[in-house]
Ligand binder design. Structure first.
Ligand code: C2O
Length: 574
């Protein structure tokens, strides 16, 4: 990994890659960052066993990208692995530039083994913690890293500068190859096997076999305030996170600032990030930071283990005599503690100067949840779900199917027919009590590649309504190409007459991933000011794999400045 910071310095030989960006950057004082990401398989030893995993540059977690608001990023991805892959820059807005977004078969064809593709984009009005991950099958379980955006030169955080900053990436470790894991789930119709460990910066921590030596340590000086940039790169599991005896102050989520919010506990769904300040105000010693599952679905199998890292006070003279034998473990809530999870999420308020609009142009009501597909032969090995069925999932009864011969964006740009339709239903095709006892006959969605068209600049509200089909459960919903205001949420069915009266249009948090409460709904708003095709999906990969997704097609506005840029010449073909 190489990073060049060019703040008015003279240029070097890679300038062909970014001549235009360079000229603009020199004019604006922005930096340019050039990275090379080589996708490669590498043996990694965890839990007493060596496995080959897909990594970037052989690192696990992968390299951290660090830049400032306004900077240009040029990342050449070389695929030296044996699988198709593409990289998504989760939460980066990619204005008019869906070509750099990365989800396979949505905005690009995957990069084939031996191929390469250069992602070029500019960071626009975003500060905080984001991340990048593979967006092909389940490969993101091992191919991910932090994407940190500092304020522009000369501006600062809206809180006092922490002494040090650490990325904390939460992950899931599986005991098998991720391609096989998906193949097996696709064959049986069952959820994929659960992980066998959770990880912090790639390490399971003290409480697992053969892991103690490499447990991550975060060292602090007594009295100092540090900032943790906590990212959930977990594949399928939401998590509770806490630090023994320490209070965290949340100051940011998903690269947007929040009102400072003091808490002992975080609830973090796959895809979400939190910036938290932690002051080392306890007696010097060793304290665990720990995470375990938050599992809102009933009777679902899940990984019930606990990952830890150690917060270690540096300033004390700990000798082998007075060193505490084992760090203090924080108390984490019960695995199914939805009231605690809900209270935490409701406590986060935004710190934004942008006003939420009142009048909505487009109002979508979308039910999201699981389903079951009946099999003609319930005894088939391909139908191992309840009573000889296969699991599925949908949004407004459409179970999303990715194209296989091109990407949605390429089909759209080239005017290709037959790849997708734009008749995604704006309301559920059938009205029923979504969170009640839903008749079994309504559990089977229809497959389709349906997009919803939005006019450039329209003011959009989407109410994402969880269902109780198969099980009610939280779905961390992610919108590509946008961040949005979370204006309300609640349990049961959304009531369009009364619930909007309780919306928070004053200080809602800005996010790119938000959970539908189990058996409840969440309402988001944004202005459709970024043309292109943008994936909207559950960030639990097993649900996404079953079709819990859809895409928004935001049309061009007027003139070049409101239109999708032309595709780069090296855009991969399928
Ligand atoms: Cu972080 Cu479509 O994903």
């Amino acid at each position: 990994m190489k990073t060049f910071h060019l703040h008015g310095k003279s240029c070097c030989s890679w300038f062909l890659l970014g001549l235009l960006a360079l000229v603009a950057s020199l004019a604006s004082g922005a930096g340019i960052h050039f990275h090379e990401f080589v996708i490669q398989a590498r043996p990694v030893r965890r839990l007493c066993k060596t496995q080959n995993i897909v990594t970037v540059n052989g690192q696990f977690p992968g390299p951290t990208v660090e830049a400032r608001n306004g900077d240009y990023i040029i990342i050449r991805v070389v695929n030296a692995a044996q699988y198709n892959i593409s990289i998504h820059w989760h939460g980066l807005r990619m204005m008019r530039n869906p070509w750099a977004d990365g989800p396979s078969y949505v905005t690009q064809c995957p990069i084939q083994p031996g191929g390469s593709y250069t992602y070029r984009f500019r960071i626009r009005d975003q500060e905080g913690t984001l991340w990048w991950h593979a967006h092909t099958g389940f490969l993101r379980a091992t191919a991910y890293g932090a994407f940190i955006i500092y304020p522009r030169l000369g501006s600062s955080y809206p809180f006092s500068m922490p002494k040090q900053e650490y990325p904390i990436l939460l992950g899931e470790w599986f005991d098998r190859d991720l391609v096989l894991l998906k193949r097996q789930a696709d064959f049986t119709g069952l959820p994929p096997n659960t992980s066998v460990a959770f990880t912090i910066n790639g390490q399971p921590g003290d409480l697992y076999r053969c892991s103690r030596q490499e447990t991550v340590r975060v060292r602090v000086d007594a009295g100092d305030t540090i900032m943790l940039r906590i990212i959930s790169s977990a594949l399928n599991q939401e998590l509770f996170f806490s630090i023994a005896n320490h209070t965290m102050t949340v100051v940011g989520t998903d690269a947007a600032y929040t009102k400072p919010f003091r808490t002992k506990l975080l609830v973090i769904g796959p895809g979400q990030t939190f910036n938290v300040l932690v002051t080392a105000d306890q007696p010097p010693g060793l304290y665990y930071m720990a995470a375990h599952a938050y599992e809102s679905a009933r009777n679902a199998p899940f990984d019930n283990t606990t990952t830890t890292a150690i917060l270690e006070y540096r300033s004390t003279k700990l000798t082998n005599q007075n060193r505490p034998r084992s760090p203090i473990l924080p108390a984490l809530p019960p695995f199914n503690d939805t009231p605690t999870a809900t209270a935490f999420t409701a406590g986060i308020k935004g710190l934004t100067k942008v006003k939420v609009f009142n009048r909505v142009d487009v109002n979508l009501y979308i039910i999201v949840g699981l389903g079951l597909i009946n099999c003609t032969n319930p005894n088939s090995p391909r139908c191992q779900g309840p009573n000889g069925t296969r699991f599925t999932a949908s949004m407004n009864n459409v179970s999303f199917v990715l194209p296989t011969t091109t990407s949605l964006m390429q089909a759209y740009y080239e005017g290709m027919r037959g790849v997708f339709t734009t008749d995604f239903p704006p309301v559920p095709p059938l009205q029923f009590d979504y969170t009640g006892n839903v008749p079994r006959g309504l559990w089977t969605p229809s497959p389709g590649t349906k997009l919803y068209k939005l006019k450039y600049g329209s003011k959009v509200q989407i109410v994402l309504q969880g269902t109780s089909m198969v099980t009610s459960e939280e779905h961390p919903m992610h919108v590509h190409g946008y961040h949005f205001f979370v204006v309300g949420s609640g349990f049961g069915n959304f009531n369009p007459a009364t619930d909007p009266l309780k919306f928070n249009l004053v200080d809602p948090p800005v996010r790119n991933t938000i959970g539908t409460p189990p058996g409840g709904w969440v309402a988001i708003r944004f202005v459709a000011d970024n043309p292109g095709i943008w994936f909207v999906h559950c960030h639990i990969d097993s649900h996404l794999n079953w079709g819990l997704g859809m895409a928004l097609l935001v049309e061009n506005g007027v003139g070049l400045s409101q239109s999708v840029k032309p595709p780069p010449p090296d855009l991969p073909q399928c």
